[in-house]
Ligand binder design. Structure first.
Ligand code: NAI
Length: 296
């Protein structure tokens, strides 16, 4: 077992949905956690939110009082990147943009120790491309958590072209020691889950576009006969049509626009009209007060 010791600091960069969740996971595993964001107020709000969640867990009896107090004292918003100097592991969860992530890692590399592990939570960008240009690309890899990170066990541990196998094993052992279910994979577009899920969405959207069946019927069929927890329409409304479409586009581009991954025109229309799913109150289905998801 080569996991990072509990005494090692974990730095999370990006205090959004994923950064908050990953910070919570590392904190509850016993690490000191620093959250950094380009906007310091967001980092502070992210740390506060994780503390609140820990409080709520204690209030519900899912964590003892002493454990909660201890965890609450171990998380802080970082005062600039320089504050991450003693991090043993840095996990980046900032916007899905190659140039932003590459510039960020160049700055991170300048402040952390040479043996610190550097990980990206990217959903669809190339780990190999993100590592190019680093002085020590061997310690760089993907740690792809799923949303919500505190609840979902799977973490894809993605080795890029230059990732040192020992670094990948250290990251694998670390997330395993956090109670997660890591899976090793190579840097192919969409990794495992986001790639295999593409045809699931695409074929469902195609059946709808061909007027084969409506979204509620397709979802019900997949839930009831296919054994899926959610159908593709319900699930993409939860993920966000814009986010889901962006991943599809990225996988499609990465495979040189293979027709196998062609994005859906029906989904494009949803995104263009601002029907992004739950977060906007309307996607394939309506949400909010009084809205009823149509029964099949
Ligand atoms: P988000 O939009 O909720 O949060 C991103 C945060 O990064 C924001 O707080 C923003 O201020 C900050 N940020 C932007 N540029 C920065 C920089 N240069 N330095 C420091 N902070 C910066 O995004 P979300 O959804 O948490 O996604 C983050 C990453 O995780 C993306 O790469 C995404 O593809 C990936 N991901 C997202 C999942 C999801 O379901 N939302 C699931 C798995 C991976």
């Amino acid at each position: 077992m080569t996991a990072i010791e509990r005494s090692g600091t974990v730095a999370v960069i990006g205090a959004g949905t994923m950064g908050q969740g990953i910070a919570q996971v590392a904190l509850l595993a016993g690490h000191r956690v620093l959250i950094h964001d380009i906007d310091h107020d967001l980092a502070a709000a992210g740390a506060a939110l994780v503390r609140e969640r820990v409080e709520r867990m204690a209030a519900k009896g899912r964590l003892d009082r002493a454990g909660a107090e201890d965890a609450i004292g171990r998380i802080a918003a970082a005062d600039g990147l320089a504050a991450l100097a003693d991090a043993a592991l840095v996990i980046e969860a900032v916007v899905e943009d190659v140039s932003v992530k590459r510039a960020l890692f160049a700055s991170v590399e300048a402040v952390v120790a040479q043996d610190a592990l550097l990980a990206t939570n990217t959903s669809s960008l190339s780990v190999t491309e993100l590592a190019a240009g680093l002085a020590h690309p061997g310690r760089f890899l993907g740690l792809h958590f799923f949303n919500p990170a505190p609840l979902l066990p799977l973490v894809e541990v993605v080795s890029g072209f230059a990732t040192d196998p020992a670094a990948a094993e250290r990251a694998y052992d670390t997330v395993l020691s956090w109670g997660k279910t890591p899976v090793r994979c190579a840097d192919t577009p969409g990794f495992i889950v986001n790639r295999i899920a593409r045809p699931f969405y695409a074929e469902a959207f195609a059946v709808y576009e061909e007027q084969g069946a409506d979204p509620a019927t397709i979802d019900a069929v997949l839930r009831e006969s296919g054994g899926f927890k959610m159908g593709p329409f319900q699930l993409t409304d939860l993920i966000g049509q814009d986010v889901n479409e962006a991943v599809t586009r990225s996988v499609w581009e990465s495979f040189f626009r293979s027709p196998k991954f062609t994005p859906s025109l029906a989904q494009r229309r949803l995104v263009q009209s601002g029907r992004l799913g739950r977060k906007s109150g309307q996607g394939w289905f309506p949400y909010g007060e009084g809205a009823e998801v149509p029964a099949p």
